[in-house]
Write a protein that binds this ligand. Structure first.
Ligand code: BDR
Ligand code: CA
Length: 314
């Protein structure tokens, strides 16, 4: 009998966040989504909360509980990424006004209560945006930290260094104080940095496979990628767009697609020049203990096969 892993998806959709949500919702034998919590990131909170619900409706899952969380980082002004994701955050397909409700409870309260009420070590936190909601939950309710089974997050970089500044990846840069809390929490963390996600590229045949699904979710995904990929193609001269966030969910379903190292990772929170950098001891040059499994490679064909197959079920 299948025993799906219970997860909370914390997210700032975002076209690639949308792909992650669809992958999770298309994989009920592997994953049970207890709730989707939204955070300000790619676009402001009202839009990420709207977008999460649009994606659930495209996926035929208006029953999923969506909770809005923090509308700004713990201590800093919000930085957004409309230059990558468009003004809506989900530019590409035509967007409808979602009819499914936003839950009345705040996302941070939902995270804290869910962890408190579940048996210890049974819930995985999957974070796809700035770590504000999780950082706040851990700061305000430190008793729940030990109850987390695992944290799998998209964020940071070592070899690829930065995408929002020369030194920092967007999700960590937006709220480095929250990231610092999470990386110092003592829970098991699996990190999908740009080093991995820049290998998960949407080539023309891969987008066509999504379009050929002929479903609402598949078509929406293909149209989102049509818009989303122009940014990275122009910037990096790459074959397509990196689908960052679904790497988190794919790892839960097929960890064998990814490889990495158990290393120490610290977050830069003070330097103006390198703020939000993930200082990753990939080469083991310090004695600092490992606090994360930092991924370095992905089987991109296997990843896109999984993504397309699971989105095809929606
Ligand atoms: C991350 O930042 C956002 O733009 C994407 O959704 C992804 O989570 C990549 O740096
Ligand atoms: Ca994201």
């Amino acid at each position: 009998m299948s025993n799906p892993r219970k997860i909370i998806i914390d997210t700032d959709p975002g076209q690639d966040d949308a792909a992650a949500i669809m992958l999770a919702l298309g994989s009920p034998e592997d994953i049970e989504v207890l709730g989707i919590t939204t955070v300000a990131g790619n676009v402001p909170l009202p839009l990420t909360s709207r977008n999460a619900r649009i994606v659930c409706e495209w996926s035929g899952r208006p029953d999923v509980k969506v909770f809005a969380g923090c509308d700004r980082p713990l201590t800093r002004p919000l930085v957004t990424a409309e230059h990558v994701h468009g003004n809506t955050g989900l530019d590409g397909p035509e967007l409808h006004e979602p009819t499914m409700p936003l839950q009345p409870e705040n996302a941070v309260d939902f995270i804290i209560e869910t962890l408190r009420n579940a048996p210890p070590n049974t819930i995985t936190l999957c974070t796809l945006g700035p770590l504000t909601n999780i950082g706040k939950a851990f700061r305000d309710a430190p008793d729940v930290i030990d109850r987390v089974q695992k944290i799998v997050l998209m964020g940071g970089a070592y070899f690829e260094v930065g995408n929002i500044t020369p030194a920092a990846e967007f999700n960590i840069y937006v709220d480095p104080e929250a990231a610092d809390i999470v990386f110092k929490s003592g829970r098991k963390i699996t990190v999908m940095p740009l080093d991995v996600t820049h290998k998960a590229l949407t080539t023309a045949p891969r987008i066509q496979a999504l379009r050929d699904l002929g479903t609402t979710a598949g078509t929406a995904m293909a149209e989102m990628v049509d818009f989303f990929e122009r940014f990275d193609v122009e910037k990096y001269g790459s074959a397509g767009a990196p689908l960052h966030d679904p790497c988190v969910i794919a790892y839960l379903i097929k960890p064998e697609l990814f490889s990495g190292r158990d290393i120490n990772v610290m977050i830069e929170t003070t330097s103006e020049l390198t703020l939000g950098m993930t200082v990753a001891d990939w080469w083991g040059v310090t004695d600092r203990p490992a606090n994360a499994t930092f991924m370095g490679d992905v089987d991109a064909d296997g990843f896109f096969q999984l993504l397309t197959e699971r989105i095809g079920r929606l």
